[in-house]
Design a protein around this ligand. Structure first.
Ligand SMILES: *Cc1c(COP(=O)(O)O)cnc(C)c1O
Length: 224
């Protein structure tokens, strides 16, 4: 089943868009199965789960942290994480800088931007993110690579709302990228789109989609 689902998703994703397989709540065997099918980018939303799975799987997997990060847990992923999509405050960013330095590495991050209508979602507002770069705050982080932006649209069937939100994120992405070209050479990733809305996200300029349930089936949180 996983193989069929994965092929179907891959057929809908153009060459220049990266697929992150969102593996949260799924067992190691399922992760190994998509690994064997060639997938190398795995996304988890909880530090504890990510850290538990990482040593059980091949070392060439690129681990993506996509969920809200508590500052005291950053140290556990700092030695190996490939990309943190969910940097939603300057406090989190400061802690990543500190842990990256300790590990003598540069960690690539995305700013999570709040674009949805729901009140509960995390992230910088569009204005806050634009101001951060316009004020050149990014120059204060020697161990951080600013890799782009991430966002989640409102969970709705209304495609116009989703499109409007994704387009507002894409426009911010392009603006920051163009205004700070020489300082941000790696600002190339626009992470948007999940199972329910990734084709729309790609239409709106996404370069990276995060797909879970369409590959692995529905998540069963009761087993955890
Ligand atoms: C769980 C999750 C996804 C994947 O969601 P699906 O609907 O299963 O594709 C993508 N992004 C984030 C931030 C998530 O937490």
């Amino acid at each position: 089943m996983i193989q069929t689902n994965l092929k179907e998703i891959q057929s809908q994703i153009p060459q220049n868009v990266d697929l992150v397989a969102v593996t949260k709540t799924h067992p190691i065997e399922s992760l190994q199965e998509v690994y064997n099918l060639g997938v190398r980018d795995f996304g988890e939303s909880k530090v504890q789960e990510l850290v538990a799975k990482q040593p059980q799987l091949p070392s060439d997997i690129r681990w993506h942290m996509i969920g809200h990060l508590q500052r005291n847990k950053i140290k556990y992923i700092a030695p190996f994480v490939h990309l943190i999509h969910s940097v939603d405050s300057v406090k989190v960013l400061n802690e990543i800088q500190k842990e990256a330095k300790k590990n003598e590495r540069k960690i690539t991050i995305l700013f999570e931007i709040f674009i949805a209508m729901e009140a509960a979602k995390f992230g910088f507002t569009i204005e806050e993110a634009a101001a951060f770069f316009d004020q050149k705050q990014h120059l204060q982080y020697p161990n951080i690579t600013f890799g782009g932006l991430m966002g989640m649209a409102t969970y709705t069937d209304d495609k116009d709302i989703i499109k409007k939100e994704f387009k507002s994120l894409e426009s911010l992405f392009r603006k920051i990228k163009e205004s700070h070209k020489t300082e941000l050479p790696d600002f190339n990733n626009l992470s948007m789109g999940m199972s329910s809305d990734f084709p729309t996200a790609i239409e709106c300029g996404s370069t990276m989609v995060r797909v879970g349930s369409s590959i692995f089936g529905a998540r069963d949180y009761s087993k955890k």
